[in-house]
Design a binder for this molecule. Structure first.
Ligand SMILES: [Zn+2]
Length: 458
């Protein structure tokens, strides 16, 4: 009897796994999309992340809250969940910035955000005349004499006629990243930077900046695109306009922090791992909904869908919510180092860090043979509007795996609106569309499952 029962069980199992393996890829993908599009789990988790743990700069209270919240959320959808310790270097904005335009004896307050990593001015503040430049290259042409003692106003706009916002950001980015260092080299006492946004709005957008040790450190503050336009106009009428800046940034001691890691173990080749992730930290304004709560959801939902649909992946699927993408990338570095120490085989790494809008494609950096495998599965995604399979991909956190020759990929959402939200108080949960977020989740899950099923990167 017992033998008979086992035989029946064996036959039933073979039949069902046979059935499963015979299921056309397109049917499996449609089941994945249907599951994502009819379930509110990740949308609700994102809401909780945004509302209960906003302001998630590495080492902050918000970031630790987020770590523990996401750990709890991942427990029911993964086989194992763990925290990987990292040391977070910190930066604190402190009191709200006070920025004033002073002209003809009148003072006008405008909103400003100190750039991440900037020194503060303290109560004393700085007050000086302003010199406008279009990017760091102009500094050399203008020269020390005209820059010395002034506040340099970097007003290079993101090019509205470039249809790639990512490229616009890349081209205008240096004024934020090392504008202060370059301006200080010519004797400036501070910098105002036009926000890296391609929309005209009242929101200032922050972001990381760096100093070099050999050049004096001067404070750097972002102003909104609208105020940048206003200031530029005002300076043309009256070059003697002054700006007063007060900021209270500081560097508190390092804090212990964590990457959040969750896995579903592979059924045939568990030692091969597909890493999928986003970053759990965010700027200290807004709620980090698009940057990068959405990317965390795209990744976490992969596990939930695999579990819910009972999909048996051959390989281990590992979600990593990286700590500290925004400032020093300690999470990404720690993860790659750990992979190396354990001599793990990462079959592929996919990052989502471009917002929660409608997914349109993937980028992929891999060998020619692997890239051909990536292109082979493209037709399966076309019915869902995911048509861009681009050569060149990766992400800030997973790039450290590149030196281990891991194929690197990224999810590409529709990019035109991303810089309305990015690094600003405008990046809130309300700016997320349920439908678009879930399409991103489905697309990510379908990609992970297909890479595994089709052995795309063998
Ligand atoms: Zn990001």
């Amino acid at each position: 009897m017992k033998v008979f029962k086992s035989l029946c069980l064996f036959l039933a199992l073979t039949a069902s796994s046979e059935l499963f393996s015979q299921e056309p890829d397109s049917v499996l993908i449609s089941r994945i999309y249907r599951e994502a599009l009819t379930n509110t789990w990740s949308y609700n988790v994102l809401k909780q992340l945004c509302k209960e743990a906003p302001h998630r700069l590495a080492g902050s209270e918000g970031s630790l809250k987020a770590v523990h919240l996401m750990y709890q959320k991942l427990l029911p959808v993964a086989d194992t969940v763990y925290l990987q310790e990292v040391t977070a270097k910190r930066w604190l904005r402190g009191k709200k910035e006070e920025i004033e335009i002073i002209a003809d004896g009148k003072r006008r307050k405008i909103p400003g955000l100190a750039l991440g990593g900037s020194i503060g001015t303290g109560d004393k503040g700085i007050r000086a005349q302003v010199i406008e430049v279009q990017g760091i290259e102009e500094l050399a042409k203008i020269g020390r004499e005209k820059i010395q003692g002034k506040i340099v106003f970097f007003n290079l706009a993101m090019d509205p006629m470039d249809m790639s916002p990512g490229r616009q950001y890349g081209k205008a980015g240096s004024q934020r990243f090392n504008g202060a260092e370059k301006a200080a080299y010519y004797g400036a006492c501070g910098t105002l930077v036009r926000s890296l946004s391609n929309s005209l709005s009242e929101y200032p957008h922050t972001g990381i900046m760096r100093y070099v040790d050999s050049i004096p450190k001067i404070p750097a503050v972002a102003i909104s695109t609208i105020e940048a336009e206003n200031l530029s106009k005002q300076l043309k009428e009256n070059p003697r306009v002054e700006v007063s800046m007060k900021t209270w940034c500081s560097v508190p001691p390092n804090e212990k922090s964590y990457n959040v890691i969750a896995e579903i173990r592979g059924s045939e080749r568990p030692e091969e791992i597909i890493t999928v992730g986003g970053h759990i930290d965010s700027w200290d304004v807004g709620e980090g909904a698009h940057d990068d709560g959405a990317g965390c959801m795209h990744s976490m939902e992969v596990l939930r869908i695999i579990k819910t649909l009972g999909i048996k992946t051959k390989r281990t699927i590992r979600v990593v919510l990286f700590m500290d993408e925004e400032m020093y990338q300690v999470g990404g570095q720690r993860y790659a180092q750990w992979v190396k120490e354990r001599n793990e085989k990462i079959y592929a790494a996919i990052e989502s860090d471009s917002g929660g809008a409608m997914p349109v494609g993937f980028g992929c950096s891999a060998s020619d043979k692997q890239f051909a495998g990536f292109l082979d599965i493209k037709p399966l995604f076309e019915p869902y509007g995911v048509k861009l399979f681009r050569n060149g991909g990766g992400g800030t956190d997973i790039r450290f795996l590149g030196e281990l020759h891991v194929p690197l990929m990224n999810l590409i959402p529709e990019p035109q609106r991303y810089f309305e939200f990015h690094h600003s108080a405008n990046d809130t949960f309300e700016k997320i569309s349920f439908r678009e977020l879930q399409l991103g989740c489905a697309t990510m899950a379908a990609m992970v499952v297909m890479l595994d099923l089709k052995d795309s990167f063998n």
